[in-house]
Design a protein. Structure first.
Length: 51
């Protein structure tokens, strides 16, 4: 499970769901399920940067 911490309000992780991986944030945001872990991590990075 990958983790990133930028501030106290947001804490992102990636979660395995069978063959898929999804990014999640402590604020309640959830990214789409992806087959590539790298894409789930980039979804989390985009969320953290506010895109």
């Amino acid at each position: 499970m990958a983790e990133q911490r930028q501030d106290d309000q947001h804490f992102t992780t990636t979660v395995e769901q069978g063959r898929f991986c999804a990014a999640r944030c402590s604020c309640g945001w959830r990214g789409p399920a992806r087959r590539a872990r790298s894409k789930a991590r980039s979804d989390a990075e985009s969320h953290m940067s506010g895109e």
